[in-house]
Design a protein around this ligand. Structure first.
Ligand SMILES: C[S@@+](CC[C@H](N)C(=O)[O-])C[C@H]1O[C@@H](n2cnc3c(N)ncnc32)[C@H](O)[C@@H]1O
Length: 296
């Protein structure tokens, strides 16, 4: 059961700080984490083979993303500047950059969900507490799906559930198609979520780490309300004080996030806060994960 762990750990020799942080996740997650990692990495190997990628590149992408996150976060704590898109004219151009998305962003994010302590806790929150909430759903929608981790988990758990994936990046669809264990009952509605024409609302929506990437986060929340059915539910997540090169907004506190959700017509069914990074002076990065629904 340690095959996937060994494969990754051996590639982290040159970055002992990151290797130690992965070992902490292993210690906390035990056999359940090892089994989850094995399962995901077996699937991920298929994706890498199909797209001409390699585990070396994927782990390198993960390391780059981790180091970049730490660098941008420290810069934010020092300067208050949270996005640094010097290489792009427009924030949305990031998602069309094949080299960035295929080699680093998407595989880096996929691995981070398993290898970062806070992200693995979110994955557990999703599998243990959120997935049962989709039990009676017929149609699910994963918005800004990236590597598709959450929508694909729903598709595996509920074979009859129709799952539609959206992302502004065309490389997300490539990745999700390769990672999907079942090839039927899955489809794609690509493009900018804010401009999508959704004719029939969905009874389960995944909206994970998307709002802080939208050109107009408030319009994104209004659109979310439009695409969820009257009795539908949403898996929502974002973070406080999270700096990354493609973020468009900073939420300063969890209270601000909760108010924003309520102001846009939702009730919070249940939520959790996970400390991701303490700055030392109270400006912490806290992951916020929740199940929300239309206010009734
Ligand atoms: C941090 S990733 C989150 C991916 C995934 N939801 C998860 O939680 O792992 C943000 C994703 O949002 C996508 N995205 C950014 N702006 C978008 C937009 N306007 N419409 C749809 N997707 C968008 C990006 O391409 C990227 O895949």
């Amino acid at each position: 059961m340690t095959a996937a762990y060994n494969e990754i750990s051996s590639r982290l020799e040159a970055v002992p700080y990151i290797r130690r942080s992965v070992d902490e996740v292993k210690l906390a997650g035990g056999d359940q984490w090892l089994a989850t990692l094995d399962d995901h990495m077996e699937n991920f190997a298929g994706y890498l083979a199909e797209t001409g990628g390699s585990i070396d590149d994927a782990v390198e992408g993960f390391v780059e993303m981790t180091l970049e996150t730490i660098r941008l976060q420290q810069n934010f704590f020092k300067t208050g500047k949270f996005n640094t898109l010097d290489d792009y004219d427009d924030q949305a151009d990031v998602y069309q950059d094949r080299d960035l998305m295929v080699r680093r962003y998407l595989p880096g994010l996929y691995l981070a969900q398993l290898l970062w302590k806070n992200h693995y806790q979110k994955l557990r929150f999703f599998t243990d507490r959120v997935v049962p909430e989709a039990q009676s759903a017929d149609r699910a929608f994963d918005v800004g799906a990236g590597p598709g981790t959450f929508g694909l988990t729903l598709a595996s758990r509920y074979p009859e559930l129709a799952v539609t994936f959206n992302d502004i990046s065309p490389f997300s669809e490539e990745m999700i198609t390769a990672l999907a264990k079942r090839k039927t009952g899955i489809d794609f509605l690509p493009g900018d979520f804010l401009k999508l024409d959704v004719t029939r609302p969905y009874d389960f929506v995944v909206f994970s780490e998307v709002v802080e990437h939208l050109s107009d986060p408030g319009a994104g929340m209004d659109k979310l309300l439009d695409v969820v059915a009257a009795d539908g539910k949403v898996f929502f997540s974002t973070a406080t004080n999270a700096a990354f090169y493609d973020h468009t907004i900073i939420y300063e506190s969890v209270a601000e996030i909760r108010s924003m959700i309520k102001d846009h017509g939702f009730d919070i069914e249940f939520d959790e806060e996970v400390m991701a990074l303490e700055s030392g002076d109270g400006v912490d990065v806290i992951d916020y994960n929740a199940v929300i629904r239309r206010a009734g």
